[in-house]
Design a protein around this ligand. Structure first.
Ligand SMILES: [Zn+2]
Ligand SMILES: [Zn+2]
Length: 115
């Protein structure tokens, strides 16, 4: 069961802080810094798979559409429930996003809104 702390982090020595690796890789891919409008999408749904070919930088609107189009059922192995949000059923969504009281904008700012 992926949790927030399963996202791989890397030390950013220039800014003296931990950053999410997929966001660093995505920034290299597109040749600029990510903004609050950008969402890094893991194409195969595996948040540990940070190969450039598995990452895609999308706007919130496109990201939302992408997930709506792809997911019919929950993507967790062996889960038979139907899709609720972000590739997950209601149960798994709650488990993965316990901090859902944050807005998407706030999650993006923290580098957490990434699935
Ligand atoms: Zn996504
Ligand atoms: Zn599920």
């Amino acid at each position: 069961m992926p949790k927030m702390n399963e996202y791989i982090r890397t030390w950013d020595n220039a800014n003296r802080k931990w950053v999410y690796l997929h966001r660093v890789i995505a920034e290299k891919m597109i040749g600029r810094k990510l903004t609050a409008r950008d969402v890094v999408h893991h194409i195969n749904g595996n948040v540990k798979d940070n190969r450039p070919e598995n990452l895609k930088v999308l706007t919130h609107a496109t990201h939302f559409k992408t997930h709506r189009q792809i997911y019919v059922s929950c993507t967790v192995d062996g889960c038979p429930n139907k899709h609720h949000a972000k590739g997950l059923c209601k149960k798994h969504y709650r488990l993965r996003y316990p901090e859902r009281h944050y807005s998407n904008k706030e999650l993006t700012r923290r580098g957490l809104y990434v699935l």
